[in-house]
Design a protein around this ligand. Structure first.
Ligand code: FAD
Ligand code: SF4
Length: 507
C-alpha cells in the first residue's frame, strides 16, 4: 500500500527468492474520493522510490502502474490474478490502517490452497492488540489522559514519575500571534524538486478526477532520505518557535502557511518515518540544547505525535464503522461551492482554502478553527465535510482524517473526542491571525451586510444547540454572554444568521 512504505519492516530484513512484493497504483485508491492532485503524485512517486529501494536491497518486486492495473476492477481482482499467474501458495499483507481496506483484504475470496496472513505494520507506538482495552468502543476517552499514560510508558519527558519541568501541558504559552518582526523571521520550508511529470501524464491519460494544483515538480518528501532531511530541518530551524506560534495564522506567510509547523505528516503517514524516530530526534535536540530550546515547544510537538496521532488512530479503530456515519448535531447543509475554489469574500476562508488548493497543506489551526469552525457553525453535513478533508490534504488518510474532522472539529460523534465543540466567533480568528484586517467583512460587527459571518453564525450555533451545550460547564461563559444580551439584539443576530445560512454560496 502507498501508506506502508516502511523499509525497516521485518519483512525486508532478509531478501528471499520465493517472495514477490507487489506495489500497485490502483483506480480503487485514486477514485474512492476526489484527491488533491499533489496527494496522488506524492503517494505514487513515494511508492515508486520505495519499490526501487527494496529491489536494490535484493528483494523481488512487481511495481504496477495505472497502465498495468487498468483492467482490474479492484485490489482483490489484481491479487487473485497475480496469485494464479505466479503460482503462489501464500498471500501476506500488512494490516491496513483504513477500515475500508482492512475489511477488503480480510474478506475477499482467495483460491482454497492459498493461505492468508495478516502482519502488523510495526509503525505505531501503541500495539494494535491493546487498542480495544485503551479505547473501549463508544466511550469518550480524553486525549490528555491517554497522552500522560504514553509519556510514562515510554519514559518520554519524564523525571521519575513526574513530567519534566513539573507540568504536563504548556498550551497556555503556545498561543502567540505573529508580529511584523516575527513574520520576517519565518524560515522558508525545506522543499524538493521531485519530478512528477510522468505521473501527471498518467493521471490525465486515465481521466482521474482530482482537485487543486500541481507543478511538474513536487515539493513533498517522497523518499526516506528526503523525509529525514525535513525532520532534521525542523529540529534545527523550526522547533524553537513551534510552540509559541503553533496556533498563529497569516496571509503573509513566506513559507506557504506552514509557519513553524514541521510538514512531516505525509512522511509519517506514508510510513517513510517512524513516530519514535521523530520523537527521538526532537528529544536529542532538546538534550543537546541544554535548556535553550523552550520546553513548551518540545512538549507541544511531542504531544502531537505521541498523544494526538496515536490517540486518533485508537479512537478510529475502536469505533469504526459506526464512526463514519455519526451526525450527532444533525447537520444537513451542503458544502458551499467556494470550498472547491476558495472564491469567497471571507478572507480567512479564502486564504485557508486557496492555500490548501495550491499546496495540499494547511496547518492544524487553519483546518480546525477556519474551515472546520465554519462548517460546524453553518451546520454542514459531516459526510460532505469528511469527503473534502479526505481529499484535499497530502496527509489525508481516513484513520487520521475522520476522528479529527467528524470528532474533534464537527462534534458529530457527540463528544467521544472533544469535551466541547471547537466553535469560535470572528474574535478568535482576529486574535490569532492577520486575516481580518484584509477582509471585506468587519470583524467587530454582528449584524448588517458588512458584519463578519462568523459572529452571527456563532451565536446561532449556541442558540440552536442550547439543549445540548447550555449546561456544559466549559460553555458556561459564552452562554452567559448570550443570555445577557437584550432580546431584541439576540433576535437581530439570529435573523441575520438565518439570512446567511440561506445564502452560504454567496458569502
Ligand atoms: C479537521 C482536521 C482534519 C485533519 N486531517 C488530518 C489528516 O487527514 N491527516 C493528518 O495527518 N492529520 C490531520 N489533521 C491533524 C493535523 O492538522 C495535521 O496532522 C497537521 O496539520 C499536519 O501538518 P504538520 O506535519 O506540519 O504538523 P505539525 O503541527 O508539525 O505536527 C507534527 C505531527 O503531529 C501529528 N499531528 C498533529 N496534530 C494531529 C492530530 N490532531 N491528529 C493526528 N496527528 C496529529 C502529525 O503527524 C503531524 O505531522 C487534521 C486536523 C483537523 C482539525
Ligand atoms: S472578518 Fe470574519 S470573515 Fe473576515 S477574515 Fe475575519 S473572521 Fe474571517
Amino acid at each position: 500500500m502507498g501508506d506502508q512504505l516502511n523499509a525497516h519492516h521485518s519483512w525486508f530484513k532478509i531478501p528471499t527468492t520465493d517472495t514477490l512484493y507487489v506495489i500497485a497504483e490502483l483506480r480503487q485508491e485514486t477514485d474512492y474520493v476526489v484527491h488533491h492532485v499533489q496527494k496522488v503524485c506524492a503517494f505514487f512517486l513515494a511508492m515508486r522510490h520505495f519499490a526501487e529501494a527494496i529491489q536494490k536491497a535484493g528483494h523481488q518486486v512487481c511495481y504496477l502502474t495505472l497502465d498495468d492495473t487498468q483492467t482490474y476492477d479492484n485490489l482483490p481482482a489484481l491479487i487473485c490474478d497475480l496469485v494464479k499467474r505466479h503460482g503462489c501458495n501464500a498471500f501476506e499483507y500488512q494490516r491496513p490502517d483504513e477500515y475500508r481496506l482492512l475489511e477488503q483484504l480480510r474478506h475477499f475470496s482467495l483460491p482454497a490452497h492459498v493461505t492468508r496472513t495478516e502482519t502488523d505494520t510495526e509503525h505505531f507506538l501503541l500495539p494494535f492488540d491493546e487498542i480495544t482495552r485503551a479505547f473501549p468502543k463508544g466511550r469518550a476517552i480524553r486525549m490528555e489522559m491517554f497522552y500522560r499514560r504514553m509519556r510514562k510508558r515510554f519514559d518520554i519527558l519524564m523525571e521519575g514519575d513526574q513530567p519534566e519541568g513539573g507540568r504536563w501541558n504548556y498550551d497556555n504559552e503556545n498561543r502567540q500571534a505573529l508580529s511584523e518582526d516575527d513574520l520576517a523571521a519565518i524560515p522558508a520550508p525545506l522543499t524538493f524538486g521531485n519530478d512528477v511529470s510522468a505521473i501527471l501524464d498518467r493521471i490525465r491519460r486515465h481521466g482521474i478526477k482530482t482537485m487543486g494544483y500541481a507543478e511538474p515538480v513536487l515539493p513533498w518528501p517522497v523518499t526516506r532520505q528526503q523525509a529525514k532531511a525535513v525532520l532534521q530541518y525542523f529540529c534545527e530551524h523550526l522547533l524553537p518557535h513551534f510552540g509559541a506560534f503553533q496556533d498563529a495564522m497569516t496571509h503573509r506567510s513566506p513559507n506557504k502557511g506552514s509557519i513553524y509547523h514541521s510538514r512531516l505528516s505525509f512522511a509519517l503517514n506514508a510510513k517513510l518515518l517512524h513516530p519514535s524516530q521523530v520523537i527521538h530526534a526532537v528529544l536529542a535536540s532538546h538534550h543537546a540544547s541544554q535548556g535553550e530550546l523552550p520546553l513548551a515547544s518540545v512538549e507541544g510537538f511531542i504531544r502531537q505525535i505521541l498523544g494526538w496521532r496515536e490517540y486518533v488512530r485508537g479512537m478510529y479503530r475502536a469505533n469504526m464503522p459506526y464512526y463514519a456515519r455519526v451526525n450527532h448535531l444533525n447537520a444537513v447543509r451542503p458544502l458551499p461551492e467556494w470550498f472547491w475554489t476558495g472564491k469567497t469574500r471571507m478572507r480567512c476562508l479564502a486564504e485557508a482554502i486557496g492555500q490548501s488548493l495550491d499546496t495540499a497543506y494547511a496547518h492544524h489551526i487553519q483546518r480546525l478553527m477556519v474551515t472546520g469552525n465554519f462548517a460546524l457553525l453553518a451546520g454542514l453535513h459531516p459526510d460532505e465535510v469528511d469527503q473534502w478533508y479526505l481529499g484535499i490534504y497530502v496527509d489525508a488518510l481516513e484513520w487520521v482524517e475522520l476522528p479529527n474532522t467528524r470528532g474533534m472539529s464537527q462534534f458529530a460523534d457527540g463528544g467521544l473526542i472533544a469535551s466541547k465543540p471547537y466553535a469560535a466567533s470572528g474574535n478568535y480568528l482576529n486574535k490569532m491571525s492577520d486575516y481580518c484586517g484584509a477582509c471585506q467583512y468587519r470583524v467587530r460587527e454582528k449584524t448588517g451586510p458588512s458584519a463578519c459571518p462568523f459572529n452571527s453564525l456563532y451565536w446561532h450555533f449556541l442558540d440552536r444547540h442550547e439543549k445540548r451545550f447550555g449546561s456544559n460547564p466549559r460553555m458556561a461563559y459564552p452562554y452567559a454572554g448570550w443570555r445577557r444580551m437584550p432580546p431584541s439584539q439576540r433576535e437581530a443576530i439570529l435573523s441575520h444568521a438565518e439570512t446567511l445560512l440561506a445564502t452560504l454560496d454567496t458569502l
